[in-house]
Design a protein. Structure first.
Length: 123
């Protein structure tokens, strides 16, 4: 499994991560950007089950270089077309979902430099 970190926020849909071709990144892969949360304990035994992982975004390679990769949002959302969502034609369009903010404001779901990245092997 390939693991790395967010090195730079390029735009609200693109990030640069510190893994690339030499780490095995290929165009068909999917990755998650996440942060590690609190330790969860089994309510019956008190055994530590591990840390909750908060998935912030799903990203895919856009441009793979030797030691880094520009990744782009792998998620889409449907938005209304037209002024204030009003339209006379087909009504909606699918666009790439924003995954980060380029200003200094920090929200829990926003991707930030140093967030963890790893190959999504859940499928």
């Amino acid at each position: 499994m390939i693991e790395g970190k967010v090195a730079k926020i390029v735009s609200d849909k693109d990030i640069v991560v510190n893994v690339g071709e030499e780490d095995g990144v290929v165009a068909e892969m999917e990755f998650i950007v996440y942060e590690v949360g609190e330790v969860i304990e089994d309510p019956d035994t008190g055994e530590a089950l591990g840390n909750v992982e908060h998935v912030k975004a799903r990203v895919v390679p856009k441009h793979i270089q030797e030691k880094m990769t520009v990744m782009t949002s792998g998620e889409t959302e449907t938005k209304s077309k037209g002024l204030y969502g009003l339209t006379e034609s087909s009504g909606t369009k699918t666009v790439k979902k924003s995954i980060a903010r380029t200003d200094e404001k920090s929200f829990d779901d926003d991707v930030k430099v140093d967030d963890l990245v790893r190959e999504d092997v859940s499928e």
